[in-house]
Structures are given as C-alpha cells and as structure tokens.
Design a protein around this ligand. Structure first.
Ligand SMILES: *[C@@H]1O[C@H](CO)[C@@H](O)[C@H](O)[C@H]1NC(C)=O
Ligand SMILES: *[C@@H]1O[C@H](CO)[C@@H](O)[C@H](O)[C@H]1NC(C)=O
Ligand SMILES: *[C@@H]1O[C@H](CO)[C@@H](O)[C@H](O)[C@H]1NC(C)=O
Ligand SMILES: *[C@@H]1O[C@H](CO)[C@@H](O)[C@H](O)[C@H]1NC(C)=O
Ligand SMILES: *[C@@H]1O[C@H](CO)[C@@H](O)[C@H](O)[C@H]1NC(C)=O
Ligand SMILES: *[C@@H]1O[C@H](CO)[C@@H](O)[C@H](O)[C@H]1NC(C)=O
Length: 511
C-alpha cells in the first residue's frame, strides 16, 4: 500500500539574509489542554478568544505529544528530543547531568533574543534542576505565581456545603481566595507587565504557561454559566473488549481528590457514576473557557502595545486528556485523546486567514520550526553527536505551501507510555511509573488513518524481540479507538507494516 500524504508543495522560503527584523515569539502552553476548542469543531466548547486567534492562523488537526505526561512532554518539546533520548519518562532526572542538550529558549537567547518564562513552561522540580533550567534557558528569572502554594489547599466546599475539601471539581469565588486571585490570573498579569516593559532592544521569546485546565478544576465559578450540565453526555464510557489492560490508566491522581475518594470506587475498574462524570467534563470545559478569556486578554495587550504585527503566536499544550472515553480520565495513556494536542500558529503577514492543516506534526517539531522562522535553522540529529539538533523537523514548509500543490510529509507521529507491569496498580503507580520500575514500554504511532501500539519489554532500554500486546485502531471507521483490530486478519498486512515502521522509529517516517 502506498502512503498518500499531504496536499501541498514545498515553497522554499525566500530568505532575505540581510536586514532581517526578527519577529517576536509568544508561546502559549496550556497545561493538559486537548483540542476542546470551538475552532476544532468542538460544539461543547466556549472559547471565543482562541477561536479568534485561529481566524488568522494555521490550525493543525493532527498534532501529537511524545508522551502524555507533563515533565517528559515538556522536556521533549523544549529540547526537541524524544523521551527515549532524554531517558525521561517520569519526573526525576535532569538531562544536563548526562547530555548538555540545547533548549529552544537557550538557542534563541544565544542568538540575541530576550527569553522569559511565565508560569508552567518547564515542569518544576528535578527535571528542570529546580530552576526552570535557569540560567541556561532564560534571560530573566522565571516567574511563578505566589498563589501556586495554595494549589492543594482545601478551598472548595464538600458535598454538604459545610467543610472545605481538596476537591477535583472546584469552581471558586475568586474574591474569597487567598490574595483574591488565582495562579493563572497572576501569570496573565506578569505576562502583560513583561510586554509593557518590553524595550524593543532585542526581540523577545515569551513563554506563558497557563496552569489550568490541569486538575484540580479550580477556576472562577462564573465560567460555569457557559456550560449547563445538560450539555455534557458521556461518550464511549466503557472499557472495550480486546484491549490490553496495559492500555488502561487508573487515573490515580483523580482518586486522590476528596470528592472522588468519597465515591468509594473499587480500584481499578469501577467507573465514576455518570452524573458525577458529567460534572467533571463540565468543569474541564469551564476551566478551558477561563483560560480562553486570559488568552484573549494577553492577545489584546499585544494589540494595545502594537506588538501584534511583529509577534508570532503559537498556542499548544503538553498533551491531551481523556474525558471519560474508554472509561478513562486524565492523561497517562497512548490513546489519541491523551496524545493529541491543539496547535495554532499565527505568523504576521504569513497566516492571514484560518487554514486547517492535516499534515502530521509533533511537539518535537516546534523547536526547528521556530528556529527556521527566525532564520536560524537547526539540523535534524544525525549520527554525529550534537548538543544542538532536532529529532523533529520544521513544519514551516507546510505553512508556506501553496494550495493544491503536493508536499511530501511525515508518515507518522510517535509517542510512548511506560508501565510497571501488566495490570493497573496503585503501588507502584502504573500511571506514573518511575524509571527503575518500568518493565514495559508502549510505543505508538499515528498515521493519517491508523493508530498502532506495541507494548514491549523494557529494562532501561527496549527489547524489540518480543511483543507483549498490540493495538490497532482504524480511524476511518473507528475515530474513537474503541475496536482493537490487532487480531483481525484483514488488517494483518497493515499491522506488520506499522510494526516495522514503529520499530524503525521516527527517522524512517520523515519525508
Ligand atoms: C543544577 O543546579 C545546581 C544548584 O543551583 C547547580 O549547582 C548545578 O550546576 C546545576 N546543574 C547543572 C547541570 O547545571
Ligand atoms: C552546558 O552548556 C552551557 C551553554 O553552552 C554551558 O554554559 C555549560 O557549562 C555546559 N554544561 C556542561 C555540564 O557542560
Ligand atoms: C465572593 O466572596 C466575597 C468575599 O468573601 C463576597 O463578598 C461575595 O459576595 C462573594 N460572591 C459571590 C457571588 O458569592
Ligand atoms: C517590569 O519593570 C519593572 C520596573 O523596572 C520591574 O520591577 C518588573 O519586575 C518588570 N516586570 C517584568 C514582568 O519583567
Ligand atoms: C475480540 O477478539 C476476538 C478474537 O480474538 C474476536 O472473535 C472478537 O470478535 C473480538 N471482539 C470485538 C468486540 O472486537
Ligand atoms: C535489567 O538490566 C540490568 C542491567 O543490564 C540487569 O542486571 C538485570 O538483570 C536486568 N533485569 C531483567 C529483569 O532482565
């Protein structure tokens, strides 16, 4: 079978090497955001501001994270290296202790940019050396909201409305919160202040990491008015036959919140009752509307300061989030809902109206794309070790392509997820196994039509000689990945071909 790829032609960028006025770059990274956005056709979404941004953007409909967990995904995005290269599948190592890979902000900083991190860009803790990789990546000290420290403070009323609890579902009255604010409101203010201060001596790379809709769903209660509970129906709310239990993530982080804990669910398979499940989905969408309004204010600030014409805006996320599909919640899996991310790219003078692009892109592609955009392209990593190279490719050619022409493009997006054993366990936590507990690695790829996943033995490195379980989903007739076709003989040939591609890895999928 021949792969049919994308519909465009490479237009080599006419690079005016001299007198380039460097564009600013604003990267908006929204924690745990799946494409639950109006501009992605999600009818439950209320996201007028992001939709407005999309009106003059390229909107990627097949963009994928390399692992559906914050620290591995963020370090992968920021270094343009895959989790297998960083050897980071958990939260507990810092890549520079082994390999001094250059990060995207570090590269821009070295090449004359002022770089600034606001909110959650690197994952905090060991994985960024407790410093958001400062001073290497950032010109100034990264900003973190003061009220982050109340992250797990009990501030929401329990079911009886009397005691305060650490709930998952937690719409709040902002006025009655500590300091009458919330972390993302502080992040917005810091970002606005940074832009107001901006002196134009250097171009900026401003990375703003909004912390919602990550759990707990603590957001201003007024956003509920856009989301009546009746709107939310559960879809595919069951664990399908014939899918390996390795694929199941028991959403342990949700179970640790008071309101979920009070449901007394039997671990790991008992489902959250549907009426409560609908409330979780409602709060996810309301938290997204809250972030949407902050994005709107940030973009308005760019316009007010007349920086919009010189600033590329990129909005994306570290990974997706299951909202009850497969009876799952949160990230921690290889399903499309967990690895697929929104990716909206608005480049002044270049992206003048909304264009949907189906070309497959990955978060490792962001670094080489931004590098090429500012006329400082970097190489794809080859056989010779280099601290500054990419395990992705620039997708600028896709953006620059003329309509109706053909561009050969990536065949697949690659992601992975580790497990400590065959079945879901609380201890060790099978949603977040530590490196030394990982026994099995689930490698997955997504082509235009299929998702194929192979779970293979892992002992610090992967053993491709045996396969423990496989999954094959045909998106043509099963967009929700509910029917595992791995034992269906009609799919034998494609399965064999996809296994080969998966084993060969990302290089073999390049155009
Ligand atoms: C990590 O941070 C510590 C403490 O600030 C510093 O001494 C160390 O050099 C840093 N590690 C690397 C690899 O830069
Ligand atoms: C890593 O690279 C940075 C920037 O070039 C340099 O300042 C630092 O000393 C290097 N660290 C190590 C451990 O080589
Ligand atoms: C929010 O809290 C403030 C201060 O505690 C209170 O004055 C106000 O009435 C509350 N608003 C709502 C809508 O409950
Ligand atoms: C903006 O400038 C003021 C005054 O120099 C400074 O105190 C503040 O920290 C700056 N804010 C940011 C976000 O850089
Ligand atoms: C599950 O797999 C078996 C064969 O292993 C097949 O007979 C059955 O139809 C499959 N069920 C579903 C729902 O796909
Ligand atoms: C895993 O690898 C280590 C180091 O190579 C080895 O000592 C150990 O026996 C291996 N464990 C298993 C279960 O194969």
């Amino acid at each position: 079978m021949v792969y049919k790829w994308v519909v465009f032609f490479i237009l080599l960028l006419k690079s005016n090497a001299k007198n380039i006025k460097k564009n600013n770059v604003l990267l908006i990274l929204v924690d745990d955001l799946r494409p639950a956005l109006g501009c992605y056709g999600d009818l439950n979404a209320y996201t007028p501001n992001i939709d407005k941004l999309a009106e003059k953007s390229v909107v990627f409909t097949r963009a994928y994270a390399q692992q559906a967990l914050c620290a591995p995904s963020r370090n992968s995005l920021l270094t343009s290296r895959r989790p297998d290269t960083l050897h980071l599948y958990d939260f507990y190592s810092y890549w520079r202790n082994k390999n001094n890979y250059t990060t995207l902000p570090q590269y821009l900083k070295k090449n004359g940019y002022a770089t600034k991190s606001i909110g959650k860009i690197f994952h905090p803790g060991i994985s960024s050396n407790y410093s958001d990789d400062s001073p290497y990546s950032w010109t100034d000290v990264p900003f973190h909201p003061f009220t982050d420290k109340y992250k797990n403070t009990p501030v929401c009323f329990n079911n009886h409305g009397s005691e305060l609890a650490r709930n998952l579902v937690c719409p709040v009255n902002v006025t009655s919160m500590p300091r009458s604010t919330l972390p993302d409101l502080e992040n917005l203010n810091a970002a606005k202040e940074y832009l107001s201060n901006y002196s134009k001596l250097k171009p900026f790379f401003l990375a703003v990491g909004f912390e919602k809709p990550h759990i707990p769903f603590k957001y201003p209660q007024e956003y509920l008015k856009f989301h009546p509970l009746s709107k939310f129906k559960l879809k595919n709310y069951y664990w399908p036959e014939n899918i390996t239990s390795l694929a199941y993530n028991p959403w342990i982080d949700l179970r640790q919140r008071d309101d979920i804990n009070n449901l007394d669910l039997k671990f790991p398979w008992e489902k959250i009752p549907e009426n409560f499940a609908a409330k979780i989905i409602q709060s996810y969408y309301a938290a997204v509307s809250y972030i949407d309004s902050l994005v709107g204010e940030l973009l308005k600030k760019l316009i007010d300061l007349k920086l919009d014409k010189s600033t590329t805006v990129i909005l994306t996320s570290d990974h997706g989030w299951s909202l009850g599909e497969h009876s799952l919640w949160a990230k921690y899996s290889n399903f499309d809902v967990a690895v697929r991310v929104p990716l909206i790219v608005s480049i002044p003078k270049k992206t003048k109206s909304k264009v949907y692009v189906k070309s497959i892109v990955e978060l490792v592609d962001l670094f080489p794309t931004i590098a090429e955009l500012v006329k400082l392209p970097i190489d794809v990593c080859g056989k010779v070790y280099s601290t500054t190279c990419s395990e992705g490719i620039s997708f600028l050619p896709v953006i620059s392509a003329y309509k109706n022409k053909i561009i050969r493009w990536k065949k697949a997006a690659f992601s992975q997820y580790p497990r400590p054993g065959l079945t879901p366990t609380w201890k060790p936590n099978s949603d977040e196994p530590r490196l030394n507990n990982i026994k099995i690695m689930g490698y997955t790829l997504r082509t235009a039509r299929y998702r194929y996943t192979a779970w293979i033995p892992f002992n610090y490195t992967s053993n491709w000689d045996s396969i423990i379980s496989q999954e094959l989903y045909d998106h043509k007739n099963d967009p929700d990945e509910m029917i595992n076709q791995q034992s269906n003989n009609n799919y034998l040939k494609i399965k064999t071909r996809l296994f080969k591609l998966l084993k060969s890895g990302w290089r073999k999928a390049l155009p």
